[in-house]
Ligand binder design. Sequence first.
Ligand SMILES: *Cc1c(COP(=O)(O)O)cnc(C)c1O
Length: 395
Amino acid sequence: MSKELNEFLQSNLNDLKSKGLYNEIEPLQSANGPMIQVGGKELINLSSNNYLGLATDERLTTAAKEAIDKWGAGSGAVRTINGTLEIHLELEKELAKFKGTEAAISYQSGFNCNMAAISAVMGKKDVILSDELNHASIIDGCRLSGAKIVRVNHSDMEDLAAKAKEVRESGLYEKAMFITDGVFSMDGDIAKLPEIVEIAKEFDLMVYVDDAHGSGVLGHGHGTVKHFGLEKEVDFQIGTLSKAIGVVGGYVAGTQDLIDWLKVRSRPFLFSTAVSPADAAAAKRSLEILDADTSLNEKLWENATYFKEKLNAMGFETGISETPITPVIIGDEQKAQDFSKRLYEEGVYVKSIVFPTVPLGTGRVRNMPTAAHTKEMLDNALAIYEKVGKEFDLI
Ligand SMILES: *Cc1c(COP(=O)(O)O)cnc(C)c1O
């Protein structure tokens, strides 16, 4: 092994570990449902993005099995050679319907969508205004595009308007775009889309919304853009098939022209093999379920509201969330990790989230109650929270 590499790895790993910033990954010994098995222990799972419980839904697993029987295990090629199976097109048709757009294109992941879509449209002569709390994949997608990146203070509409004015008046750039998460994953707050759209009109900005945490959750399941009725105003609706939808993959929904362009110019579509038939079929089934029936969405909100209200009543600090994402903010990184560990010992699986995922000094555990939790599971988790919260002087 290279001596330089060895020294680099040793010193950086030791540094992270000594600061309590090193994340140990424990594998699940069961499916990622409302109860999970980890380290031989049965735990109440409050850490998944499986908002609606669809990851383990029998209707999806059946669709996946049938697709494997019909189409095989793999897609066989990138989409533009001959890896486009009819099941991919059926999924995309369903996605467009689900998002209220003319068309949609699917990718291997939500992360890939941001690698794909931003750089297919934006380049060196352009400027991107980007909310400072945007997801890592948006940040990377912006960098990849080579466009000038201007950070906008989080959900600060005055700052957005001021910076939009500045970049337009500078005369330095051609196209301009504003990118935001629909729902911010660490705090659970919602982007101010109606105001964003107004500002975008004034300064002729494209609007790009990555709704990974909003789809399946807001707008009776159809997402943040639908929640505000802005399907015609938002140019790019990005989403993932791996969170509430319960499978894996990502998509961009928009006009037919946008999707046609992405099909010829977005590199992950051109140079990376399509999602497997099982993934495409299960995701399509999931969307059909969400289209036909809002009961899972209602159950999610009922559970999340109940859980958050009880935590608040006990005196925990749950921040500014407007969605089922329920952080319990601790502050100190080490304390957040110790708190998570004690919850684990008592039977609740909730991961600590610390710097660099969230700003230093805002260490937290982030609860993701789902539609699949029973009231009994939530009550058991709350009792454990009360006990451990007192031990840590948090309540
Ligand atoms: C989770 C997430 C992604 C990544 O989605 P994957 O399908 O898991 O790759 C992208 N953007 C945002 C805002 C996310 O929250």
